[in-house]
Design a protein around this ligand. Structure first.
Ligand code: N7H
Length: 500
């Protein structure tokens, strides 16, 4: 006899490995990042638009707040056994959004699961989910659309063995590992490990900052029915991120409702090389020291200071108070009274990473189709003294560091893939500017399928916006990834655990 979803959710709480009620959050909460809605706020917002937060997996709407997160990529080797264990044993462990919003309802380890098209095929699910990028897999659009050099790809991503991924998030790696053992015991040999990547927030004051040093996760869209918008935050329909919700215009199988497409990318960051580039090409503001001029160049490449303060509001000097205030730190749109948006780069360069990936008022009307919810986490250790001294990243694989990039959207070709191909990698975007902006200096690739092809962004030097500062190397190197579908809890129960 099948259990109802409600009884599964009760069982989910009961079956968590440590039964004690949490007293500290499993999420991080740096002052600069938007707070999650309280359970009550989210319940009343979701009631207005009919979002079912007990049915939507928890990772999709919460943004970049994970402390430790293991990405465990698996191959399904016994589909029948997997399907039976998924429904009876794994579903009670899956963490819905509602459970993450209050500390005392959080599990010891949050468990989410997502499937690649190959994984759905292995389960006998033949429905077309309506997303060609997902259907074809990330490797299919890698060289032409994303611009990756495939030789840099981790072999597991280039192969055919990734059927799905568990996302296991907690405040300690011990908790994550204990939950992984529990999951593997339940699945009883029906999956094998294809690859795994351990993500973790950086230590101490760097918590919330990615490996180049910048606070990350400040700007994600507000989602109608979930979050209360902060000043400057764009409010978007839930259907941009959740299949079958208001604003999703594609026809989907009914069971796919409240699922989301997850674009995963392992993006290596060459931190010593990035730092050396900033020093070697430091700007020349006479009122700043050499170090400050190097910082300024980095801030202009990013569009934010390391603190998180946007250069559009703090153009020459960092403002840590502004940075730490979510009421202010996203409240900008690149317009300023008396300044011409087609020529003015004194505040923020047209090529800055945050402007290329979210042009705000540069597009009129503001774009509402091409957005993602970013939910990634840094991976890998801190830079070593030897790397700092040599300005070169170690080739020791255990010292690789970067961003385990996660983006959620209801349409990958309008979301992650669009942002990378049409905006970041397109030298002419943002269109209509007096000086072509050039390729994104952080994540853009200068030659499709080739590494280290020079990029020539303009606008980085505020004293001469036409000056080109040539970037001869990639500071972010794609090590591959895959596209997944993160189903709702009811889809896991009623469709995936049964198969076709
Ligand atoms: Fe980016 N970084 O930490 O250096 N990103 N990003 N990103 N990114 C943003 O506003 C970074 C990547 C977006 O709404 C910030 O939260 C790094 C890809 C979007 O104003 C910082 C990597 C794509 C935004 C970084 C990386 C995007 C954004 C500012 C790779 C999509 C919001 C903090 C290693 C294709 C823009 C913040 C807005 C912001 C970093 C990758 C997209 C600091 C290191 C691949 C949409």
């Amino acid at each position: 006899m099948k259990l109802s979803l409600a009884s599964f959710l009760v069982a989910a709480v009961a079956l968590q490995p440590a039964l004690s009620v949490r007293t500290n959050s499993l999420l991080i909460d740096p002052a600069a990042l938007p707070a999650l809605p309280s359970a009550q706020q989210a319940a009343s917002a979701s009631a207005d638009v009919g979002l079912n937060l007990t049915n939507i997996q928890g990772d999709i709407l919460i943004g970049m707040k994970k402390n430790k997160e293991l990405f465990f990529f698996f191959t399904i080797v016994n589909p029948t056994l997997f399907r039976s264990q998924l429904g009876s044993g794994i579903l009670p462990l899956i963490t819905p959004t509602s459970q993450l919003l209050a500390v005392d309802t959080q599990p010891t380890t949050a468990v989410n699961i997502a499937f690649s098209q190959r994984g759905l095929n292995a389960l006998g699910i033949t429905d077309d989910l309506g997303d060609t990028a997902f259907t074809n897999g990330q490797i299919d659009n890698v060289a032409t659309i994303l611009g990756d050099e495939t030789s840099n790809w981790e072999p597991a991503f280039a192969g055919t063995g990734i059927h799905g991924v568990f996302l296991l998030a907690s405040d300690t790696i011990d908790n994550v590992n204990a939950t992984l053992s529990q999951v593997q015991n339940i699945l009883n040999g029906s999956i094998t490990e294809a690859y795994s990547l351990q993500g973790q927030a950086r230590p101490g004051d760097e918590q919330g900052h990615e490996h180049f040093g910048f606070m990350d996760g400040i700007s994600n869209p507000a989602v109608t029915g979930f979050s209360t918008p902060l000043p400057g935050q764009q409010v978007l329909d839930p259907g941009l991120f959740l299949l079958g919700e208001s604003g999703d215009l594609v026809s989907r199988p009914s069971w796919a409702k409240d699922g989301s497409f997850l674009a995963f990318r392992q993006l290596q960051q060459r931190v010593p090389e990035f730092n050396a580039f900033l020093v070697d090409n430091a700007l020349s503001n006479p009122n700043l020291t050499a170090d400050q001029n190097a910082e300024l160049l980095g801030a202009r490449m990013m569009g934010r200071w390391k603190s998180g303060a946007p250069v559009d509001l703090a153009p020459t000097v960092d403002d840590p108070v502004l940075a730490a205030d979510p009421q202010q730190n996203n409240n900008f749109n690149y317009t300023h009274p008396g300044f011409d948006e087609a020529t003015d780069q004194t505040h923020c360069p047209f090529s800055a990473h945050v402007r290329k990936t979210n042009p705000r008022s540069d597009l009129n009307p503001e774009d509402t189709a091409n957005h993602i919810i970013r939910a990634g986490i840094p991976y890998g250790p801190e830079v070593t003294d030897a790397e700092n001294a040599s300005n070169v990243s170690s080739t020791d694989p255990s010292l690789e560091r970067g961003l385990a990039f996660v983006a959620y959207q209801s349409d990958i070709n309008n979301g992650f893939a669009f942002l990378q191909q049409n905006w970041a990698n397109n030298a002419n975007f943002i269109f209509g500017k007096a000086t072509p902006p050039g390729i994104d200096p952080i994540i853009g690739t200068g030659g499709l399928g080739q590494a280290d092809v020079p990029r020539t962004p303009s606008g980085l030097d505020p004293s001469d916006p036409t000056r080109i500062i040539t970037i001869n190397q990639d500071f972010v190197v794609s090590r591959g990834g895959e596209y997944f579908f993160s189903p709702s809890l009811s889809a896991i129960q009623n469709t995936l655990s049964l198969g076709a």
